[in-house]
Design a protein around this ligand. Sequence first.
Ligand code: DC
Length: 220
Amino acid sequence: MKIVAIDGPAGSGKSSVSRAVATKLGFGFLDTGAAYRALTWWALELGVDLSDEDAIVGLLDSFPYSISLDPSNNQVRVGTVDVTEWIRDPRISLAVSAVARNLRVRDWMKQSARQLVADASFPGVVAEGRDMTTVVFKDAPVRILLTAQEEVRIARRAGDVASRDLAETTASVRERDAKDSHVVDFRTAAPGVTVVDSSDITFSDTVSTIVDIVRAGSNA
Ligand code: DC
């Protein structure tokens, strides 16, 4: 089982790039942010106060989370409910940082991601998030920090969410990066982590660059 760990900030394109890398390599794809989003969705469903850390931790023992690692169909479920689309709602994007700041939640998420990868029936898995290269899969043979200049990330996000204007997108990307960086520093590469800056290269060149790094078998 070869693990490719990819981190990066909001709007770096890490989710779509990671999925495409996994598809090219015949690997599984694990979007670890989806679990934080699903837990947030579930807490809101149950009316649990997101700032009540103990109450959120209390949900974990019976959190019926599942996610498919198939890069062409990353279905996310809580129990029997398909939440794949719902967890992308701005209501969740705005609230999820409160859950992701909770250190006991992070510990549960770490174990869960490791278990999902251990159980996967793929020759490898591309795992993306904020703490893949530094915590969850810090011993992975390939670790990449995917970055892009802030203005590029904002422009890409604005393109993704057509209804938003640029000022709103700028504020939202900056706010999410600032909130998320309270608990993990995903803006600086840890020792041994390869930085891939996608500011001046196309999507497909970004994917090929990472595929080449994986095929080379190391970060060297
Ligand atoms: O990548 P995303 O937008 O789906 O992530 C959702 C939230 O979860 C965001 O606040 C960052 C956080 N997250 C994290 O702290 N660690 C991860 N490995 C993945 C996501």
